[in-house]
Design a protein around this ligand. Structure first.
Ligand code: AP5
Length: 233
């Protein structure tokens, strides 16, 4: 199968003087991580996933990692102040000067408002909402396996690696995330509907920054729609 980034899609970072913040919104399992990697390569912008940053802290046994682990394992959000400090530290780094792709942030109203204040008029925003019905999300997440090294997601049935248990991109082992158990996934979906849906409404009410991607189709078609929508914003 042709990889997403090899496809003939006419995309380059839109010509713009301001840094571009691509914000990937949507429920757990919608495909944000799946598309963020190929988009990052197409646009030449770093992929910043707050979930991956938190998992790095857990792996590194930092104070933030210890606090985050109990929230994440229960399917709950990590407190806003901790996530905001971590995120702003990351986007201040030099590789973000031309922009970045945010995956999993913002996911509360206070996070969205903090981002608005940080952007002011200095940043061009493209907010993409990956919509998928809940019934498909559970199947996607409980079958997900993720690379330990580069965090690329696969699926046991929908998107298996070429070699079982090994990442195609970096040859490292794949594992199942501890929060990808069905009971935790159901809690993550409840949290999404109560705390993150208002963030979707927040961006949808802004003129010229928001598009919905119907993300239930096959991933190649979803990727093509995603890049087309970015170029039309
Ligand atoms: P995080 O890591 O951000 O997880 P999430 O938002 O719950 O999203 P997922 O990673 O589950 O889904 P995804 O949309 O990336 O789906 P994927 O592409 O992998 O957050 C984890 C936790 O960290 C949170 O619960 C919270 O505790 C904490 N956290 C993180 N950010 C935070 C924040 N800002 N504030 C507070 N707390 C925060 O795809 C899923 C599966 O589907 C894969 O197997 C994939 O292969 C498959 N798939 C993808 N697309 C398709 C398709 N089109 N067809 C078939 N299968 C597909």
């Amino acid at each position: 199968m042709t990889s997403l980034i090899d496809q003939e899609i006419n995309i380059s970072a839109p010509v713009q003087a301001k840094p571009l913040a691509v914000i990937l919104l949507g429920p757990p399992g919608a495909g944000k991580g799946t598309h963020a990697g190929p988009l990052s390569q197409k646009l030449g912008l770093p992929h910043i996933s707050t979930g991956d940053l938190l998992r790095e802290h857990i792996h590194g046994q930092t104070e933030l990692g210890r606090l985050a682990k109990s929230c994440m394992d229960g399917g709950n959000l990590v407190p806003d102040d901790l996530v905001l400090t971590m995120l702003f530290d990351r986007i201040e780094r030099s590789d973000c000067a031309k922009g970045y792709i945010l995956d999993g942030f913002p996911r509360t109203k206070p996070q969205a408002e903090a981002l608005d204040s940080y952007f002011g008029t200095k940043v061009q925003v493209a907010a993409l909402y990956f919509s998928v019905p809940d019934k498909l999300l559970i199947e996607r997440i409980i079958g997900r396996i993720t690379c330990k090294d580069c965090a690329r997601p696969y699926h046991l049935h929908f998107d298996p690696p070429k070699l079982a248990g090994i990442c195609d991109a970096c040859n490292r082992p794949l594992f199942q995330r501890s929060d990808d158990q069905e009971d935790v996934v159901r809690r993550r979906l409840e949290v999404y509907h109560s705390q993150t849906q208002p963030v979707i409404d927040h961006f949808a009410s802004k003129e010229g920054v928001f598009k919905e991607v119907l993300a239930m189709g096959n991933k190649e078609a979803v990727f093509q729609d995603t890049v087309r929508l970015i170029t039309t914003l």
